[in-house]
Ligand binder design. Structure first.
Ligand SMILES: Nc1ncnc2c1ncn2[C@@H]1O[C@H](COP(=O)(O)OP(=O)(O)O)[C@@H](O)[C@H]1O
Ligand SMILES: O=P(O)(O)OC[C@H](O)CO
Length: 513
C-alpha cells in the first residue's frame, strides 16, 4: 500500500567515475538508489575524457532503476516532489546549439593537455589579477583552458564558434539541457558553484565578467554560456522530459564539493568538510564574503540559496580514490577498492616509501603543473603493502598541507574534520588522516552527503524543508570519530619527508606531453 504522507526528493549525482540516483526522505535517509560506473577515456598520457552521451544515458538508467526499487517499497511516484543535481565540476562539454549534439568528448577536470597553453597565457597582461576576480589560479584545472584548447585543436568546435553555434557547459548545464529535452526546450543554465569553476564568472557579482572573457579572448556572440541562476530555484531548471520521472521538476543544483558541504550541513562560517572521492576536496565555510587565498587555496562559492551567497575556501587534491584505482587497474594490486585497505594493513608503516600521486601535476596548496607521479624511497624491502599505504597517505599529507595553508589564510585552526566520499570508507585511511593532522576526523554513518546536498538544494526550493533550521536532525545518527594517536614529533617528521618528496619530483614532466 502506498505510504501516503511521505514526501521524497530525488538526487542525481554525476561523479567522475560513476553516476547515481538516490531518493531521500525528509530525514535525509536514502530509501532507494542505483549507481553505474561509466567509461574513463585516456587517449594519451595526461588526457582524460568522458563520452557526454554516456553521462546522460547512465543518469537516465540510474533514475529508472532507483525508481523501480522505490515503487517496489510501496511508495508512489507523486511523492517525489522534485529532483536535484550534483556533479563533477570543471569537466567541460561543448555542443551544437542547433542539434544539441556534443562537438567533442567532455574534457575531464583532471586533464592536463592544456599545460603548454597555460604556460603561454600566464605571460599575458592581466594574468596576475585573475584570481582576485574569480578565485582560481590559472592552471589546467578550470574550464577556460579546456575551452581554449578545443578552439585551437578541434575544427568542429572552432567552426561552431565562428558560426555562433557553440554552446558551453559544465556537467550540470549539460545534464539540465539534455534532461529537459535538448534544443527543443533550450534550458541552458548553471549556478554559481559550478559557473565559478569556469574562470569566466566574477565571484562577487556571480555573473560573467567581461574582463575575464576578454583575457581569454572569447567573443560572447560566438559562444553561448549558460545563464547563472540560484543553486535552489523552483522555476529555473525545467522538468525531466522523459523516463519514469517525466514531468518532475529539477529545482536544485550544486557542484559536488559544495553539495557535500551542504550535505554535511556546514552552514556556519568555520565549518569544513573533506570529501575523498576520485579527487579530494576540502571546503571551509567563510561566510558571505569571498576570501582570496594567499597560500595556495581557491576561493569558491559554497552555495547560493535564499538571500546572500555563501563562500568557501577550498583545498583541491587531484588524486585520491583515483590513486587506488591506479593500483587496481594499472598495477593489478587488488581486485576492488575496499581490498586496498587489507593490503595496506599487511605492513605496519610505509616502509620508507612516499608516493607523490601527481598524475595531473599537484593541485592545492602547491599548484605545480610540472611534476608527475613519483614513488620515492623504494628498496629491496619494499612490498605492495608499503606502496598501498603510501598511496592512502598521499591524500592525507596533501590534506595536512591544505589545513596548514587554511590556518594561515583564515587565522583559525579546525577543531575537527568532517569527512565523506568513497575513500573515507577506509578506516585505515581515516585513522592515518587523524594522525597526520592531529585533530579528530568525524565520518557520518550515511556517507552519501553529496547526493543529500543536492536533495537539500532541490527540497528547499519546493518547501520539502522550509529552511536550514529544519535540517537540524537530518543525517545526525551514528557517526564514527577517529582520534589522532600519533605523537607530534613523528607527525612532523613524516610531513617533512612528504614536503621533501614534493620538492624532489618538481620539474619532472615539464616537457613530457
Ligand atoms: N572501501 C574503500 N576504501 C578505499 N577507497 C575506496 C573504498 N571504496 C571506494 N573507494 C574509492 O572511492 C572512489 C570513489 O568515491 P566516490 O565518492 O564515489 O567518487 P566520485 O564521486 O568521484 O565518483 C574510488 O576511486 C574508489 O577507489
Ligand atoms: O569526482 P570527485 O568527487 O572527486 O569530484 C570532482 C570535483 O568536482 C572536481 O573539481
Amino acid at each position: 500500500m502506498p505510504l501516503a504522507n511521505d514526501v521524497f526528493v530525488g538526487a542525481i549525482d554525476q561523479g567522475t567515475t560513476s553516476s547515481r540516483f538516490l531518493i531521500f526522505d525528509k530525514d535525509g535517509t536514502p530509501v532507494a538508489s542505483h549507481q553505474i560506473e561509466f567509461k574513463q577515456i585516456y587517449p594519451h598520457s595526461g588526457w582524460h575524457e568522458h563520452d557526454p552521451a554516456e553521462l546522460i544515458s547512465s543518469v537516465q538508467q540510474c533514475i529508472d532503476e532507483a525508481v523501480k526499487i522505490f515503487l517496489r517499497l510501496g511508495h508512489s511516484l507523486d511523492a517525489i516532489k522534485s529532483v536535484g543535481i550534483t556533479n563533477q565540476r570543471e569537466t567541460t562539454v561543448c555542443w551544437d546549439k542547433q542539434t544539441g549534439e556534443p562537438l567533442y568528448n567532455a574534457i575531464v577536470w583532471t586533464d592536463i593537455r592544456a599545460q603548454e597553453l597555460v604556460r603561454e597565457i600566464k605571460k599575458r597582461d592581466g594574468a596576475d589579477g585573475l584570481q582576485q576576480l574569480c578565485g582560481l589560479p590559472l592552471s589546467t584545472y578550470p574550464c577556460c583552458t579546456k575551452v581554449l584548447w578545443m578552439l585551437e585543436n578541434v575544427p568542429r568546435v572552432k567552426q561552431a564558434y565562428d558560426e555562433g553555434r557553440l554552446m558551453f557547459g559544465t556537467v550540470d548545464s549539460w545534464l539540465v539541457y539534455q534532461l529537459n529535452g535538448g534544443p527543443h526546450k533550450n534550458v541552458h543554465v548553471s549556478e554559481p558553484t559550478n559557473a565559478s569553476r569556469s574562470m569566466f564568472m566574477n565571484l562577487e557579482t556571480l555573473d560573467y565578467d567581461e574582463r575575464l572573457l576578454g583575457f581569454f579572448k572569447l567573443d560572447r556572440n560566438k559562444i553561448t554560456l549558460p545563464k547563472i541562476v540560484r543553486s535552489s530555484d523552483a522555476n529555473a531548471y525545467g522538468t525531466l522530459a522523459t523516463g519514469t520521472l517525466k514531468g518532475v521538476p529539477i529545482t536544485g543544483c550544486l557542484g559536488d564539493q559544495s553539495a557535500a558541504l551542504v550535505g554535511q550541513k556546514g552552514f556556519s562560517p568555520g565549518m569544513a568538510k573533506n570529501t575523498y572521492g576520485t579527487g579530494c576536496f576540502l571546503l571551509y565555510n567563510v561566510g558571505e564574503k569571498p576570501v582570496i587565498s594567499t597560500h595556495g587555496l581557491l576561493a569558491t562559492v559554497a552555495y547560493y540559496f535564499e538571500g546572500k551567497p555563501v563562500y568557501a575556501l577550498e583545498g583541491s587534491i587531484a588524486v585520491a580514490g583515483s590513486g587506488i584505482k591506479f593500483l587496481i587497474n594499472n598495477l593489478d594490486f587488488v581486485k576492488e577498492s575496499s581490498k586496498i585497505n587489507d593490503l595496506a594493513a599487511t605492513v605496519d608503516d610505509n616502509g620508507g616509501c612516499v608516493f607523490v600521486t601527481a598524475f595531473s601535476g599537484l593541485f592545492a596548496p602547491y599548484w605545480i603543473d610540472e611534476c608527475r607521479g613519483t614513488i620515492l624511497g623504494i628498496t629491496q624491502y619494499t612490498q605492495k603493502g608499503h606502496i598501498a599505504r603510501a598511496t592512502l597517505e598521499a591524500t592525507c599529507f596533501q590534506t595536512a598541507a591544505i589545513l596548514r595553508a587554511m590556518a594561515k589564510d583564515s587565522g583559525a585552526s579546525l577543531a575537527e574534520l568532517a569527512v565523506d566520499g568513497g575513500m573515507s570508507n577506509s578506516d585505515l585511511c581515516m585513522q592515518t588522516q587523524a594522525d597526520l593532522i592531529g585533530i579528530p576526523v568525524k565520518r557520518p554513518a550515511m556517507r552519501e552527503t553529496t547526493a543529500l546536498g543536492a536533495a537539500i538544494a532541490a527540497g528547499l526550493a519546493v518547501g520539502v524543508w522550509k529552511g536550514l533550521e529544519e535540517l537540524r536532525e537530518v543525517n545526525m545518527v551514528g557517526s564514527t570519530v577517529f582520534e589522532p594517536k600519533m605523537v607530534e614529533e613523528k607527525r612532523e617528521g613524516m610531513f617533512g619527508r612528504w614536503e621533501k618528496a614534493v620538492k624532489t619530483c618538481t620539474g619532472f614532466g615539464a616537457h613530457f606531453l
